[in-house]
Design a protein around this ligand. Structure first.
Ligand code: GRF
Length: 305
């Protein structure tokens, strides 16, 4: 249990002890504690995630800690303290790959601006130099790279040059957000378990080559499926087959058109991509023994999704 709560430069909990499957934290004697919701023996308290909004190292002022402890209030982070957490955990460099309007890219960018994602977009890659996503990137000072090199896009890079370019931007994670070309194997090898894609159906259903845009939603409606929703998955060398990381469910209504269903799914895509980007940047993705990636909840160490 490596979680450490700090007060200024001093540790709030002077040490951590395991007893019968419970983790106990020891308060330094200088802090008097009266958690109403936590059973206490001497100055040891069991670590119960509901007592904290964050179970990550963070720094709070001793004054606020004392106030929370004395009143029994939850110890939640203020925006200054969120900032202090971000200073502790290195901000991640993100690349985004887009072929169209880029509404998912914009949603994650907005979440970064709101301070909800500890990352920054350092580059956008597109196969269409003038798509909406690329225009938005330029307007926001994010460099744009064209890939691949084709007759229509003579400025486009080769696969090896793309890998080299991304490494100059020190990219940590790549988010595919409506990028319609297959990702080259050179890139997948260079970024193991670091490339995510969003797909507008509940994979493994309605995925693979040919399932993109409204085609996905038409197929969902025609199948009679009562639920649909987006999937975020890690990317391997095939379309839509990498390990699933997150999904959300929306109903398919009886009179839905493909456009109506697409809009309902897209609203969930925007929220989910921002949440997943936050998890990735805070290093909250862990891998189950059988290779399934899961996200550790921000507020409860024992809760995964
Ligand atoms: C989304 O529906 C996404 O699931 C799929 O492509 C679409 C991109 O939309 N991969 P936008 O460009 O983010 O608006």
């Amino acid at each position: 249990m490596g979680t450490l709560f700090k007060v200024g430069s001093n540790s709030l909990f002077s040490s951590v002890q395991k007893h019968q499957d419970q983790t106990f934290l020891r308060f330094p004697t200088s802090i008097s504690v009266s958690f109403s919701s936590v059973s206490k023996s001497h100055n040891w308290v069991p670590l119960k995630p509901q007592n904290f909004d964050y179970l990550q190292p963070f720094v709070v002022s001793s004054k606020r800690v004392s106030a929370c402890l004395n009143s029994g209030e939850r110890l939640a982070m203020s925006s200054d303290e969120k900032q202090s957490l971000k200073n502790d955990v290195r901000k991640k460099n993100l690349a985004v790959f887009v072929s169209g309007g880029g509404s998912n890219f914009r949603a994650v960018h907005q979440a970064i601006r709101n301070g909800d994602v500890n990352g920054q977009f350092v580059v956008l890659v597109t196969n269409k130099h003038d798509c909406g996503g690329a225009r938005y990137a330029r307007e926001n000072g994010i460099p744009v790279i064209i890939y691949p090199n084709t007759k229509n896009e003579p400025e486009g890079l080769s696969s090896n040059d793309l890998v080299a370019a991304l490494s100059t931007y020190k990219v940590d994670f790549i988010l595919l957000a409506g990028y319609l070309k297959l990702i080259p194997s050179e890139l997948i090898r260079a970024y193991p378990n670091s490339i995510l894609n969003i797909h507008p159906s509940l994979l493994p259903a309605f995925g693979g080559k040919g399932y993109y845009g409204t085609k996905v939603h038409k197929a969902v409606i025609a199948s009679g499926a009562r639920y649909s929703g987006p999937t975020i998955h890690f990317v391997d060398e095939n379309y839509d087959t990498g390990r699933i990381l997150a999904q959300r469910i929306v109903p398919v209504l009886v009179n839905d058109t493909a456009e109506e269903l697409a809009a309902r799914v897209l609203r969930q895509e925007h929220k989910m991509y921002a949440e997943v980007a936050a998890a990735v940047c805070e290093e909250r993705v862990i891998w189950r023994e059988d290779g399934v990636p899961i996200i550790r909840s921000k507020s409860d160490l024992n809760h995964f999704s």
